[in-house]
Design a protein around this ligand. Structure first.
Ligand SMILES: *Cc1c(COP(=O)(O)O)cnc(C)c1O
Length: 374
C-alpha cells in the first residue's frame, strides 16, 4: 500500500524556473537576486520591514538570541512544549533555558506561567521565546503585554506557523525578533532554510553581517567580532520563491484535512488540537488527544503502531523540553498542572500531507476508528 506521510514537500513548477534563472546567469552563489527577492517577498507577505534569509530556521533563532543580547548565564524563558530547535540556540550564546508550561486553549506558552517565571527570575531574564505549535498562534497579545510590563525582549518562533494569523495579522512579526523555517516538512520548503524577520532594519543588517563571517568594512579581511556562515544560497532561495506562490493553497489544503479529521472523529473519545476564535491557524499538523478516561484502553502509541502497520506515518507530540535529559538541570514553571506533559501523554500528530487524497485520509480515519472498536 502506498505510504501516507506526516508532512512531505510538495513541489510545483515555478521553483525550477527560479532555480534555472540562477543557473543560466551562473549566479548560484554567493547570495544573489533570488535571495534578495525572496527576502522582499516574505517581508511583504508577513508585513515586516525587513528579513534576512538563513540556511536554517535554527540559525535564524540563534541570531534572534544574539540580537536580543543574551549572554553567558542570562535566562531565557522558553516554550516548553516545542521542538528542541526553539531552545537549543539559547545555549549557543551561553544562556540558560527556563521552561514555561502550556495552556490548554492553544497548547502554547501559558501567559500566567510566564508571569510567574518573570516574578521568580526578575532581572536575570533577558528574553522570552514563544513558539506557535503546529501552526496554532499562541495567546500573543497577553504574552506581548507581559513582556512589555517586565521590559524583556520577545522572540517569536513562527517556524511552524508561517501563513497562520492572529487577530488578522500574519504570525512571524509579533516579537522584536522573529524566525521562520523552510525545512522539508514545513508548510512551504526550500529543502532546508529559514529567515530572520524584524521591523528593526538595523537588526536585520546586523544579522546579515554576523551571518557572513562578520567582515568589517575594509579592503582586506578584517574582523572585530565573531561571525557565522549562515546565509541562504541563491539556489535554495529560488525554490522558496516558487513555493511562496503556493502558500495559501497549501494552507487551504491543510485546513481541509484538519476539518475532515474533526468531523470524522467527532464520535470518538478524542479531541483535535484547539485554537482561539481570534486566530487562523495554518493547520500545519492535525493533532488529536485521547480523553484521559480512555487511556487505559487506547494510547497514542496503540494508534501510532496500528497506523505504521498500514504504512501510514504519524508522530508523537513533541516531548516537553523539561522532560529532556539534556535539559535536566533547567527549571520549569507551571501555573496549572503540567499541561504539556498531559498533552504529550495523550496526543498524536496525524498525517497532514497535502498530497494525501480524501480516500487516503479515510484510510487513516478507519484505522483510528478500529483502535477504538468502532
Ligand atoms: C522546524 C522548527 C525549527 C527549526 O527550523 P530548521 O529550519 O529545521 O532549523 C524551529 N522551531 C520549531 C518549532 C520548528 O518546528
Amino acid at each position: 500500500m502506498e505510504k501516507i506521510w506526516l508532512s512531505s514537500p510538495t513541489m510545483h513548477s515555478e521553483e525550477q524556473k527560479f532555480v534555472k534563472e540562477a543557473f543560466d546567469s551562473n549566479w548560484v552563489a554567493p547570495l544573489g537576486r533570488n535571495v534578495t527577492e525572496f527576502e522582499k517577498e516574505i517581508s511583504k507577505y508577513i508585513g515586516c520591514k525587513d528579513a534576512a534569509a538563513m540556511s536554517a530556521g535554527t540559525h535564524a533563532l540563534h541570531m534572534c538570541f544574539k540580537l536580543a543580547g543574551v549572554k553567558q548565564d542570562d535566562i531565557v524563558l522558553c516554550s516548553d512544549l516545542t521542538f528542541a530547535a526553539t531552545v537549543n540556540p539559547v545555549s549557543y550564546v551561553g544562556g540558560k533555558q527556563v521552561f514555561v508550561d502550556s495552556e490548554r486553549e492553544t497548547w502554547n506558552m501559558d501567559p500566567i506561567a510566564l508571569e510567574k517565571a518573570l516574578i521568580k527570575y526578575e532581572k536575570k531574564v533577558k528574553a522570552v521565546v514563544v513558539a506557535n505549535l503546529y501552526g496554532t498562534p499562541a495567546k500573543l497579545d497577553e504574552i506581548i503585554d507581559i513582556c512589555k510590563k517586565y521590559d524583556v525582549t520577545l522572540i517569536e518562533d513562527a517556524a511552524e506557523s508561517l501563513s497562520a494569523k492572529y487577530k488578522g495579522k500574519q504570525t512571524g512579526n509579533f516579537g522584536k525578533y522573529n524566525a521562520i523555517s523552510f525545512n522539508g516538512n514545513k508548510i512551504i520548503t526550500t529543502s532546508g532554510g529559514g529567515m530572520f524577520l524584524s521591523d528593526d532594519q538595523d537588526a536585520v543588517e546586523k544579522v546579515r553581517f554576523y551571518s557572513t563571517q562578520a567582515r568589517d568594512r575594509a579592503p582586506w579581511y578584517q574582523h572585530s567580532e565573531i561571525g557565522y556562515n549562515y546565509r541562504m544560497s541563491n539556489i535554495v532561495a529560488g525554490i522558496g520563491r516558487g513555493q511562496l506562490i503556493h502558500i495559501e493553497e497549501h494552507k487551504a489544503l491543510k485546513t481541509e484535512i484538519f476539518k475532515r479529521y474533526k468531523e470524522e472523529l467527532k464520535d470518538l473519545p478524542v479531541e483535535m488540537n484547539p485554537y482561539l476564535e481570534c486566530s487562523e491557524p495554518n493547520f500545519w499538523l492535525s493533532c488529536m488527544t485521547i480523553k484521559q478516561e480512555f487511556l487505559h484502553k487506547v494510547t497514542p502509541e496503540t494508534i501510532r503502531i496500528a497506523l505504521e502497520k498500514e504504512n501510514i506515518e504519524s508522530r508523537p507530540i513533541w516531548k516537553p523540553m523539561h522532560m529532556q535529559p539534556v535539559f535536566a538541570d533547567c527549571d520549569f514553571i507551571t501555573a496549572d498542572d503540567n499541561v504539556g506533559e498531559d498533552i504529550f501523554k495523550r496526543g498524536l500528530c496525524l498525517p497532514s500531507d497535502i498530497k494525501m487524497t480524501e480516500l487516503q485520509q479515510q484510510r487513516v480515519i478507519s484505522v483510528i476508528k478500529r483502535c477504538f472498536d468502532v
